[in-house]
Design a protein around this ligand. Structure first.
Ligand code: MN3
Length: 204
């Protein structure tokens, strides 16, 4: 079973003004598609990689070809990222349970957003900022390139609750070098309904 590019769950211009139409067209149609194509190429070359779930490959990337780490990570990260976003006003609000956990573990919603944006802005070069569930707590972390917290190479492993792509391809057309402005705008298009569901599933 080859991996496939998922459709966006909204129109390319649905996240404006936070994320512009042209960025979404390139980001989904070119960048994400390339990760899918290269992941399939890498899997096709090695019978031991065939018919394995993406999460299984990611959990063992330290022992697999680098192309799996880069493109498998790219495919998993972007597939989730599209679902973590929603048009402004349609993403709902953090659930009471999530908000209470954020208060407990991260010092409140404002402190959480600040820590998350700092993790993203402070990630040198390309990478991702994450909110993860680890050992019964929420934690903010970041990874380089297309790594993610599912990988056995990650400094902080855990279940992903929220992630933000901080590669230049995610924001450069509209924000140029202003990654912090992109991250500020990101909060207006977070799909809290999805985030709440991931949190509920993670804590069980
Ligand atoms: Mn990207």
């Amino acid at each position: 079973m080859a991996f496939t590019l998922p459709d966006l769950p909204y129109a390319h211009d649905a996240l404006e003004p936070a994320i512009d139409k042209a960025t979404m067209e390139f980001h989904h149609g070119k960048h994400h598609k390339t990760y899918v194509d290269k992941l399939n190429e890498a899997v096709d070359k090695d019978d031991s990689l065939k018919d394995r779930a993406l999460e299984d490959l990611l959990a063992h990337v330290s022992k697999l070809p680098k192309a799996i780490r880069n493109n498998g990570g790219g495919h998993w990260n972007h597939s989730l990222f599209w679902e973590l976003l929603a048009p402004e006003g349609e993403g709902g609000e953090p659930s009471e349970a999530l908000a209470a956990q954020i208060d407990r573990d991260l010092g409140g919603m404002d402190a959480f957003k600040e820590a998350f944006n700092e993790a993203g802005a402070g990630q040198f070069g390309s990478g991702w900022a994450w909110l993860i569930w680890k050992d019964g707590k929420l934690k903010v972390t970041s990874t380089p390139n297309q790594d993610n917290p599912l990988m056995d190479v990650a400094d902080e492993r855990g279940e992903v609750i929220l992630g933000a792509d901080v590669w230049e391809h995610a924001y450069y057309l509209k924000y140029q070098n202003r990654r912090a402005d992109y991250l500020k705008a990101f909060w207006s298009v977070v799909n809290w309904n999805k985030v709440n569901a991931l949190f509920d599933a993670a804590r069980g």
